[in-house]
Design a protein around this ligand. Sequence first.
Ligand SMILES: [Ca+2]
Ligand SMILES: [Ca+2]
Length: 169
Amino acid sequence: MFRFFFLLVVITGATALNDYWYALYGCHPPSSLRARAELTGFDNDRDFNGAVTNEDIDKDVIAYDYNGDTTRTYEWETVFHWRCRYGWSEDYGGYFHNLLDQNNDGVWTAADFGRPFSVTGELFRKMQIDRFRKYCADRNNKPQDCWKLQSESNLDNFGNFSLPMNYYF
Ligand SMILES: [Ca+2]
Ligand SMILES: [Ca+2]
């Protein structure tokens, strides 16, 4: 019993410490899935033309560069960016990193993003939710935040980009 209690304290303490560390670094991500999808859409329409293209994504990936090498995104960089900027769990950040690592060499490089890509802002934001749904299904709905898929409404209709810039800041 004592051992169990000790473990509980350690786990709870580690999680709280983890959150504290991220906050200390200046991470204040949104908590709702809807807001995360909106923010991801905002980050990936760099020319504000209502569409997300590979040119936009090439620019967004620069924000994932925490070690200054600019051309390679390691899994820890994706995990950190997704946790800090969007609030996704570290497990989901790793899942996403591996999904986009098309050539399976462990890092994102130009080789992974070479193909032309263009979708509407609405579809791009819905893709964020659909990817998370698939992740939750793959993990048997156990990970952090999967319950929000049921508790949040309005996760399938995003409409055109129309929010003012200051919505996010
Ligand atoms: Ca664009
Ligand atoms: Ca790669």
